[in-house]
Ligand binder design. Structure first.
Ligand code: FES
Length: 109
């Protein structure tokens, strides 16, 4: 997990890169994305890709994190809108689904 704004592109050569676009499975939102929608974890959305990716990585390593785990894992991702509470609630809700992918908003609705 890296902050893309801090990594020169040459260092990424030969690596596999997953961005926010690679987290969902087609129209099916990842559990973390769904939880962000459900809890209002995104407002302006500027911080959301970094927050979601950090949360997905956390849940891969720690499926049942504590609030302290979530705070540590998301540290370094700055949000100017939410006050962080809704983001932390989103991540804690997402772990209840055991990382399953869900479709919150059916296509075409
Ligand atoms: Fe606006 Fe986080 S939702 S910076």
């Amino acid at each position: 997990l890296v902050n893309s704004c801090l990594v020169p592109v040459a260092q990424a050569a030969g690596t596999q890169i997953t961005t926010i676009e690679g987290v969902a499975n087609g129209d099916q939102l990842h559990a973390v994305q769904q939880a962000f929608v459900h809890h209002g974890g995104a407002q302006c959305g500027i911080c959301t890709p970094g927050m979601v990716l950090a949360a997905v990585k956390l849940l891969e390593k720690t499926p049942q994190p504590s609030l302290a785990d979530v705070r540590t894992a998301l540290a370094g991702n700055l949000c100017r809108c939410t006050g962080y509470t809704k983001i932390f609630e989103s991540v804690l809700e997402a772990c209840k689904t055991n990382g399953e992918r869900h479709m919150l908003i059916p296509p075409g609705s």
